[in-house]
Design a protein around this ligand. Structure first.
Ligand code: ATP
Length: 421
């Protein structure tokens, strides 16, 4: 089995990612997140929001509707730019206007799909009366929800340029070739920052560089191996219709270097299209925008891939404790000894009142339980044994080193909180 097959099997078997509508044969490009997947995704979103909003005083958040007035997509250029005849490279999935390329992909030499006039925007019909419904779109990017609310945010808060608006939410694209598990889906979640600055070339370049390094650091701080990350500047032919300058943070996936997140200088493209301006003591102007646009699903997938470790006898997901679906697991040494189970249950509830979520496992033997927790990335396992009944201490085992240490129950929660950070 190759790495992607192993990851796909593990994520399904252990409840991270299921094929969407599986009992009806699935539905290409749609995925459901199970009990562990939803924890991983929530942890990613929490860590992102912490770093992009709470740790700063120049960024506010918002949450716009998925369906917007279709005029938004006309103004943003998406209805137009997404209806050209396009070909998509079967290998690297880069898309090109059919009239702009020859037989092979200029980026990787791969072959193309048939040229198709197609729109990435997913249509929806709103209204109750048949034959008289309004055609609208599920948003193709979450960005426009921020731009159309630019004046609302400025008028309702104390923000002053330079400032940012952060948002996390679902986006939908009629991708021609979904694949590589959740990497390219038709429904996915984005996490984006639109950072508004003065219309100044030098400031734009500096801000662009600044966000490049902030975002590269974020992935590394959460454990992505440095060698598996790189920045790639877009070629002139490749840039999206709105971008003046664009760089991708890429990850070395088993299927090749692939986009994690895009950082774009959108200039005044969007605010001008929506006829929005900004006023301060210096006068009225149209701010420029530096955008960081990442995907929650790709981040989850790449963190799973990067943390996947095989040792002689076990698989370990070496996920950062902040991202691990379960932080701690508690076991009674034997499931059929009532006093052990009661003691373990008491400790489980105590830890659970401070740390979330905590797993309980009383099946099989201890070795199997360690194996099962390593495979889902639980950083610490606690075993309650016969000595625990005498000395009120437990064994705490570290996922990565497999080392065990004895900790007294009254110090346990603090000990774990300290380790988990
Ligand atoms: P790609 O070139 O891979 O299609 P893109 O350049 O079209 O991506 P952007 O429009 O810059 O992507 O979107 C920003 C982010 O949203 C991407 O970096 C990615 O993390 C996420 N994203 C975009 N399309 C998808 C998709 N189909 N499935 C999952 N995530 C996606």
């Amino acid at each position: 089995m190759d790495t992607m097959e192993k990851i796909t099997a593990l994520t399904k078997r252990r409840g991270f990612i299921f094929p969407g509508s599986e009992i009806y044969g699935g539905f290409g490009g749609f995925w459901d997140y199970g009990p562990l997947g939803v924890e991983l995704k929530n942890n990613i979103k929490k860590a992102w929001w912490q770093s992009m909003v709470y740790d700063r005083d120049d960024v506010v958040g918002m949450d716009a509707a998925i369906v917007m007035n279709p005029k938004v997509w006309e103004a943003s250029g998406h209805t137009q730019a997404f209806t050209d005849p396009l070909v998509e490279c079967k290998a690297c999935h880069h898309r090109f206007r059919a009239d702009k390329v020859k037989d092979v992909c200029p980026d990787c030499g791969g072959t193309f799909t048939e040229a198709k006039k197609f729109n990435l925007l997913t249509e929806v019909y709103i209204g109750t009366i048949e034959d008289n419904k309004t055609k609208a779109y599920l948003r193709g990017e979450i960005t426009q929800g921020v731009f159309v609310n630019f004046a609302n945010v400025v008028n309702s808060t104390r923000v002053k340029v330079p400032f940012g608006i952060a948002q996390i939410g679902k986006a939908f694209r009629n991708e021609i070739t979904p694949g590589n598990l959740t990497f390219r889906s038709r429904e996915f979640e984005q996490m984006e920052l639109e950072y508004f600055i003065k219309p100044d070339k030098k400031e734009a370049e500096e801000t662009f560089e600044y966000w490049k390094s902030v975002r590269m650091k974020w992935y590394q701080d959460l454990g992505i191996k440095k060698d598996n990350l790189r920045l790639r500047k877009h070629e002139d032919t490749e840039r999206a219709h709105y971008a003046k300058d664009a760089v991708d943070i890429e990850y070395q996936a088993p299927f090749g270097w692939s986009e994690f997140e895009g950082i774009h200088n959108r200039g005044d493209f969007d605010l001008t299209n929506h006829k929005l301006t900004y006023k301060d003591e210096a006068g009225e102007f149209t701010p420029w925008v530096i955008e960081t646009s990442g995907g929650v699903d790709r981040t989850a997938l790449f963190f799973l891939i990067d943390s996947y470790t095989e040792s002689e006898d076990r698989v370990i997901l070496k996920l950062h404790p902040k991202l691990a679906p379960y932080k701690v697991a508690v076991f009674p040494l034997l499931a059929n000894k009532e006093e052990l189970v009661n003691k373990a249950r008491e400790i489980f509830l105590k830890v659970k009142s401070q740390i979330n979520p905590v797993a309980w496992d009383a099946r099989g033997n201890i070795g199997k339980r360690y194996f099962a927790q390593d495979e889902i990335g639980t950083p610490y396992c606690i075993t309650v044994d016969f000595d625990s009944l005498e000395d009120d201490s437990v064994t705490v085992r570290d996922r990565d080193s497999a080392e065990q240490e004895r900790v007294s129950v009254d110090k346990l929660t603090g000990f774990l909180q300290n380790k988990l950070g």
